[in-house]
Design a protein around this ligand. Structure first.
Ligand code: GLC
Ligand code: MG
Length: 250
């Protein structure tokens, strides 16, 4: 049972079933101690909201935290600044002011709280009904204005506007290079739209938890391969199931 890189989304993926979480924590902690396995959380949350979750749930200390939908990478429990080498890659084609001014033209876009507006992430709430018409219009307007961005829509309610070079999957790829870990020894887990990049950059082993949102299920159905696994179990229970399926855990 050699070491691997374990990457998981938090809300409704790692977190959601306290009992299964306890069991998974125990197994991962032991694996890290004995084999040097690395544990990474890849969340949409800002560092501030991540800390609120830490106060509520028992989570292992990760080797790195990918926050704000992949636009910030922290080591050492988020002490200090995000990795500047990563932040540097996000600047080309990004202009926050232009993103904000463009977003303001759409009445359906409701800004998320201030804590979730980050240097390389602008976030709104947007209803599923309005999204059908708003997303393509917003995308083409931002591109007309010279920006190189991506729109990430999750859970039928959250819209994140990110630089082209930054998302959860690209952040994992960056960490794989830093640590020298192959995609075949990497497993990523998710439940919603912002996890599509996590599952699709490179060819990591992927676990989709049984309670996944419709957008991720649809994506999985259209992109099935033997290195992606749709779990029957929900949250940490589904992760345990997938880790066994891929042979990372006994
Ligand atoms: C988290 C973040 C939010 C983001 C959402 C989806 O809830 O706090 O800003 O829009 O994830 O990525
Ligand atoms: Mg989630």
């Amino acid at each position: 049972m050699a070491k691997f890189l374990f990457v998981t989304d938090l809300d409704h993926t790692l977190v959601g079933d306290d009992q299964a979480l306890g069991e998974l924590n125990q197994q991962l902690d032991r694996h890290r101690e004995q084999q040097g396995t690395k544990i990474v959380y890849a969340t949409g949350r800002s560092l501030a909201l991540y800390r609120l979750l830490l106060a509520e749930k028992h989570l292992l200390v990760p080797d790195a935290l990918i926050a704000a939908v992949g636009t910030e990478i922290y080591y050492n429990e988020g002490d200090g600044n995000p990795d500047p080498a990563w932040s540097k890659q996000l600047s080309p084609g990004w202009n926050r002011e232009v993103v904000l001014a463009t977003g303001a033209r759409f009445a359906d876009l409701v800004p998320q709280p201030g804590s979730e507006q980050r240097p390389f992430k602008v976030s709104y709430h947007l209803s599923q009904e309005a999204s059908v018409e708003v997303l393509p219009r917003l995308d083409s307007l931002l591109k007309q204005r010279g920006l190189d961005i991506q729109l990430v829509y999750s859970g039928g309610r959250d819209l994140d506007i990110l630089p082209r070079n930054g998302n959860k999957g690209l952040a994992v790829q960056f960490l794989r290079k830093v640590w020298g870990i192959d995609a075949t020894r990497t497993v990523v887990c998710g439940d919603s739209g912002n996890d599509i990049a996590l599952l699709s950059v490179g060819e990591p082993r992927g676990i989709i938890v049984g309670n996944a949102m419709p957008e991720l299920r649809q994506w999985y159905e259209a992109n099935q391969t033997d290195y992606r696994y749709m779990a029957a179990g929900a949250c940490a229970g589904g992760i345990l199931e997938g880790l066994k399926h891929f042979g990372f855990l006994p």
